[in-house]
Ligand binder design. Structure first.
Ligand code: ATP
Ligand code: ZN
Length: 295
């Protein structure tokens, strides 16, 4: 990385995956928090035009190490790789994309239903550290075989009795006639930080500015903004009925029997909330997504 010498010493550095499953969502998130930067495939790094930060594009397997070593201050990577690396980095903020789980799976016709039955067997995985720890913690003695890709074909090849592999929809398991019998780890894309950088006065200020933006986007994605007309008589019930409601704004309308209510509703209670509101006589319900939210 000889080009690194061009990077600005006053800037913080963020490593993201160069080309893979997390790349597009990560770039989109960086743009949503207002960062302007060039990005095209051949680049090793970008300099943000409107924020004191440089972005490095690397293989996801290297991100935890780069952060731990202080080559970069921050990284965005799947938690699965942070755990596997065993590097001392700070897990700062989960980002709610790149969801997947590391699961133990066996051939459907094997008849194996519990991990205890794997005692003495070969288990193939790209996550040997996490896998070995998982079985050791349960006092199950297995032989962990490290494979870098296509782990799911190893049972058919007779190489392993079971696998430990990343699953998101499960379609790859089904395609290979495998079934999951246990869950090792749940993962999502996560911002991680170098501990020295986080303790550094100057860097911490820039990092906190960035994290505030990320938190604003994360909070917004959990809420919908709802505008509606509510019969004045049922207004007092509204806040007692819905736990997801956040500081509603109540405005009079031209008709004294009706009030206009604007509020944010948590996504997970959204549908229940809308049904309740309709029962209370709410009309003209308009729902929109929130781009950013600071509370
Ligand atoms: P690189 O070239 O950067 O090493 P890779 O091929 O190792 O990339 P990807 O397949 O792009 O990695 O996966 C990146 C991350 O996406 C994984 O570490 C994991 O956190 C997440 N992920 C989400 N769903 C899945 C899935 N079904 N299989 C694998 N990874 C997934
Ligand atoms: Zn990788």
């Amino acid at each position: 990385m000889s080009n690194m010498s061009k990077l600005n010493g006053d800037h913080i550095k963020l490593a993201i995956q160069k080309d893979g499953r997390l790349t597009e969502d990560t770039r989109n998130l960086l743009r949503t928090v207002g960062l302007h930067f060039e990005s095209y495939k051949q680049r090793l790094f970008s300099i943000c035009r409107n924020f004191p930060m440089d972005i490095l594009y690397v293989r996801d397997d290297d991100i935890a190490e780069y952060v731990a070593e202080g080559i970069v201050d921050l990284g965005i990577v799947g938690r699965n790789l942070v755990v596997e690396s065993e590097k001392p980095v700070e897990e700062i903020l989960p980002l709610n994309y790149g969801h997947c789980s590391l699961k133990v799976a066996v051939p459907a016709e094997s008849g194996i239903t519990s991990i205890e039955q794997l005692s003495g067997c070969n288990v193939a995985t790209s996550y040997p550290v996490t896998t070995s720890r998982f079985f050791a913690e349960r006092d199950i003695d297995v032989n962990v075989i490290t494979i870098s890709g296509s782990v799911e074909i190893t049972p058919a090849l007779g190489v392993a009795t079971a696998i430990v592999d990343l699953v998101s929809t499960g379609s790859s398991l089904r395609l290979n006639d495998l079934v999951a019998i246990d869950n090792v780890l749940d993962s999502q894309s996560t911002i991680i930080g170098n501990r020295t950088s986080l303790a550094d006065k100057q860097k911490a200020i820039i990092i906190e500015r960035l994290l505030t933006r990320f938190r604003g986007v994360m909070a917004a994605s959990e809420y919908k903004y709802v505008m509606m007309n509510v019969p004045s008589a049922s207004l007092e019930y509204i806040s007692t009925i819905m736990p997801g409601l956040k500081s509603p704004t109540v405005l009079p309308t031209a008709d004294a029997d009706w009030m206009a209510v604007h509020t944010a509703i948590r996504e997970d209670v959204f549908w229940d909330a809308i049904e309740e509101l309709k029962k209370l006589g709410a009309q003209g319900i308009l729902v929109s997504s929130i781009e950013k939210m600071f509370v």
